[in-house]
Design a protein. Structure first.
Length: 177
């Protein structure tokens, strides 16, 4: 697919068909996501794909305060765990005065969502989530961090591709010569 068409087509989808997502599709999406760049190639993430009946159970982890009710109908999720060592944290603090892990997770998320779209699957990035419940569900230690969860599935038939509503390009770009 042409990259510009891919960017224009990818959107947050909140209505999914009953068509299943295969384990192979989820693994391929995550393999492609894992190619994302990260600061010092630290790859401070671990990805968990939740599919099928387990996805229905998992949806409760992203339905806090009445949000994301639609997630119950989503066939699959990818939970991203922030997975970095204390050594990496200390290096970042001491030498760079910056923590790049948030940037790295953002890049991973972009790679995942664009890989899914290229494969004919749609996604929605979920910031509302219960990290404690997610950790328990996935069997990870208490205190594990899950900065984002990505819903994955086939859009409901007729789900409209919305035009991009962005600021005028000249407001967000300046060429300096």
């Amino acid at each position: 697919m042409d990259i510009e068409k891919l960017y224009l087509k990818r959107q947050s989808t909140r209505k999914y068909s009953s068509e299943k997502v295969t384990d192979g599709e989820l693994e391929r999406i995550c393999r492609l996501g894992a190619l994302a760049p990260s600061a010092k190639n630290s790859q401070p993430w671990k990805m968990f794909a939740v599919n099928g009946e387990k996805a229905k159970e998992f949806s409760a982890c992203v339905q806090m305060l009445g949000a994301n009710k639609w997630a119950s109908g989503c066939p699959a999720f990818i939970a991203i765990e922030l997975n970095r060592s204390k050594f990496d944290e200390k290096i970042a603090e001491r030498f760079t005065f910056a923590d790049f892990a948030g940037n790295d997770i953002g890049l991973l998320t972009a790679y995942i969502t664009l890989a899914a779209e290229d494969m004919g699957l749609q996604t929605c990035i979920l910031g509302i989530r219960n990290e404690k419940e997610i950790a328990g569900f996935l069997g990870e230690p208490e205190g594990s961090r899950f900065p984002l969860v990505i819903a994955v599935g086939h859009a409901e038939e007729g789900y409209e591709i919305r035009p991009k509503d962005r600021k005028p390009f000249e407001d967000v770009f300046k060429l300096i010569k």
